[in-house]
Design a protein. Structure first.
Length: 273
């Protein structure tokens, strides 16, 4: 089961998030038939999206992360909403590599005031790139330890820990947070050994004892539907839709996020119009 724990630690001056997203990554592997390297990259970004979606305040809030890799300009795109519905896809042309290119983050607060931040990728490590994004685009000191562990083409552990300093954090608590993060140099191994519940018990026992945590259950879930796709087809207009039907036999709309084709025949077009 996917889990996201959120809490305040170290005199409530540091925001803590603990994630376990193994099932989410395996869902993505199944949907997209991913190889191991692509699963590590997409799984890491899905976990990042789960963390950032968990920070949204508005019920209509949403966040998306898009990577345009260097070289052959492969693309990775993930998104999530305040309900914890996370989805994503990876363009096979980037072969699961993030070296070069840019990460763009769009946060929608539900009031049509999106925040857009961009940073240059410094390597293939998802954690490093997300830390750089927070430092460069949002000017927030954030420690990120997110990883994915594979056994062949199956994910055996995914998740990690994110700590973010709140305004006014004392130097003492900065040091405490930095020291604690040293335990998560290999985050996927820690998740594999302890899971999210075990991480709280082992590394943050005070939280585990007093229950001062907020728990949600993110999942891989696409928000596309045949009804929404029908609206896209309807926007073409009847004549253009009929022209496509006459030329190709049907109209197919592909969703990259859930790897699904929504097909509309002549009979469907008659019903739509």
């Amino acid at each position: 089961m996917n889990k996201l724990y959120k809490a305040l630690v170290y005199d409530r001056e540091v925001s803590l998030s603990v994630l376990e997203t193994t099932d989410m990554v395996n869902d993505a592997i199944k949907i997209h038939n991913l190889d191991a390297q692509s699963a590590v990259t997409l799984g890491g970004l899905l976990t990042c999206a789960a963390y950032m979606a968990g920070c949204l305040k508005s019920e209509k809030g949403a966040v998306s992360l898009t990577v345009k890799a260097g070289g052959d300009a492969g693309t990775v795109s993930v998104s999530g909403n305040q309900k914890g519905h996370i989805r994503g896809y990876i363009d096979g042309s980037c072969h699961g590599k993030l070296n070069g290119g840019y990460l763009t983050v769009v946060k929608e607060d539900g009031l049509f005031r999106p925040f857009v931040g961009t940073c240059e990728l410094r390597g293939n490590d998802v954690s490093q790139n997300l830390m750089q994004y927070f430092q460069m685009s949002e000017q927030i000191d954030t420690a990120v330890a997110i990883g994915v562990k594979m056994d062949g083409n199956r994910c055996v552990a995914a998740g990690g820990v994110v700590m973010q300093l709140l305004p006014g954090t004392s130097e003492e608590n900065m040091d405490r947070a930095e020291e604690r993060m040293q335990a998560f140099v290999n985050p996927a191994e820690v998740v594999a050994k302890f899971g999210a519940d075990g991480i709280l018990n082992e590394f943050f026992p005070d939280l585990a004892e007093n229950g001062a945590t907020y728990l949600t259950f993110p999942e891989y879930k696409c928000n596309c539907s045949r009804e929404k796709t029908a609206d896209i087809v309807r926007s073409l207009g009847r004549q253009e839709a009929l022209d496509i039907i006459n030329e190709t036999g049907s109209i197919k709309v592909h969703c990259h996020y859930c790897n699904t084709d929504h097909e509309f025949t002549l009979e469907d077009i008659d019903k739509l119009f």
